[in-house]
Design a protein around this ligand. Structure first.
Ligand code: GDD
Ligand code: MN
Length: 399
């Protein structure tokens, strides 16, 4: 099943004969860690049931690469589609430098793209959909912008085929829902990147940029965003494209993928902001804890002496904070025993809790005004306790 590349017709440089489209052979002789950069461009095309589109896409991509005199390969990464994909790729590989990588045990757009990139031999990597939503004739422009920048600016680390810059469009019947959806998704990513269309599945980057990306663990569809953030790409260029409706078949973007996107964003924020994101989460949990504290206190006041009620309410809030911080803020450390962590957490909060209790109870007992405004005294206690915790941590723990 090894393939021959048709070199006769044009002067374009062509990649050395690609490996094979065989699905049972190891995916590639180029091991992921030792991918050798021997050609200009690898175009990575993730596919799931795109057999109808590939015979349209591949020739068009190849034509535009040849016209730009780029030495290239096209890597199709298929997740074991039960259609004609294998046969179609075999046939195409007789004429074009196509490599088919079939994954049998994994499924997912993002991981498919990473898989393809790890096997790529190009100095530049381009990713595009198989359904002809992305214009093949724009591929050379994306590649060129990495070196020359957009409209002759400085070189780019990452280039997007963009729907949302001047000159970019999406086809008419895109539907309001999908449009709003896409805009909201883009807005949520705004603190991570200033790109207008960071959701795009059509982009280019240097293979060294790809290799520099740390800890890739995308969930869902937004592999471009993942790569941009994790590789620390600063100069992101956008080339306007017309995003066309898919030629054949249906989209695989489901509601589940939208939810995955939110989880993915959470990870990216954590990656980018590190401890700061945790601190914000910690404070957010703390403010819900304060509500728990005051609610419990109001109820306990009806049942028991004030000083006991205050202590119990503080303890309830502390436990609440613990549960939520363990679940969300410090989710990575959940493997440790919960009981042990709980004891340490309470100890760490103890000083603040004592200050909280003393201020609340002291004010209420000593200042007549607070006899009427017990919850206000409790609130001041919470604030004093929090401030104390902060100063203590600041001076002693995180010097
Ligand atoms: N290998 C593999 N595995 N490929 C997949 C999978 C998968 O699980 N799911 C989808 N693909 C392939 C499709 O075959 C297609 O070539 C490409 O990924 C995009 O999938 P579509 O189903 O056509 O996605 P879309 O049109 O809804 O979304 C496109 O536009 C979005 C922006 O609106 C994609 O480009 C998204 O990445 C992009 O965010
Ligand atoms: Mn599509």
């Amino acid at each position: 099943m090894s393939t021959d590349v048709n070199t006769s017709a044009t002067s374009a440089k062509v990649a050395p004969p690609p490996t094979s489209t065989g699905v049972n052979t190891p995916a590639s002789p180029v091991s992921p860690d030792a991918a050798v950069e021997t050609i200009d461009v690898s175009v990575v095309v993730p596919t799931y049931c795109e057999a109808e589109n590939l015979p349209e896409l591949i020739p068009q991509v190849w034509k535009s690469l040849q016209e730009a005199e780029l030495e290239a390969e096209i890597i199709v990464v298929d997740d074991n589609s039960q259609d004609e994909t294998v046969a179609v790729c075999d046939r195409l590989a007789e004429t074009y430098p196509v490599r088919l990588l079939v994954r049998r045990t994994e499924r997912g757009l993002s991981s498919a793209v990473i898989h393809g990139m790890r096997h790529a031999r190009g100095r530049t990597l381009v990713v595009m959909d198989a359904d002809l939503s992305h214009p093949p004739e724009k591929v050379p422009e994306l590649v060129a912008a990495l070196h020359d920048g957009v409209t002759a600016g400085e070189p780019c680390d990452f280039v997007i085929g963009s729907r949302y810059v001047r000159g970019g469009t999406t086809d008419e019947d895109w539907g309001l829902f999908r449009w709003v959806n896409s805009k909201v998704a883009t807005l949520l990513a705004w603190p991570l990147t200033s790109a207008r269309d960071p959701m795009a599945g059509f982009f280019a980057l240097r293979s060294e940029t790809f290799r520099a990306a740390e800890r890739l663990d995308p969930i869902g569809y937004k592999i471009g965003l993942e790569l941009m953030v994790k590789s620390g790409s600063r100069r992101v260029g956008e080339i306007p494209i017309r995003f066309r409706d898919r030629l054949h078949g249906t989209s695989k973007l489901t509601l589940k993928e939208q939810l995955n996107y939110l989880r993915h964003l959470g990870r990216l924020y954590k990656f980018r902001l590190g401890t700061l994101a945790q601190l914000a989460q910690f404070l957010a949990v703390g403010s819900t804890g304060m509500i728990v504290d005051l609610c419990c206190y109001s109820v306990f006041l009806l049942l028991m002496p004030l000083s006991v009620a205050r202590a119990l309410a503080i303890w309830a809030a502390m436990s609440w904070n613990f549960a939520f911080n363990r679940r969300f803020t410090f989710a990575e450390s959940r493997r440790d025993s919960a009981g042990r962590q709980y004891v340490f957490f309470c100890l760490a909060c103890l000083f603040g809790a004592v200050v909280n209790w003393a201020v609340s109870v002291g004010l209420t007992n000593l200042v007549p005004f607070f006899q009427e405004w017990k919850l206000l005294a409790a609130l001041l206690g919470v604030i004093a306790g929090t401030a104390f915790n902060f100063v203590l941590s600041h001076r002693l723990v995180f010097r």
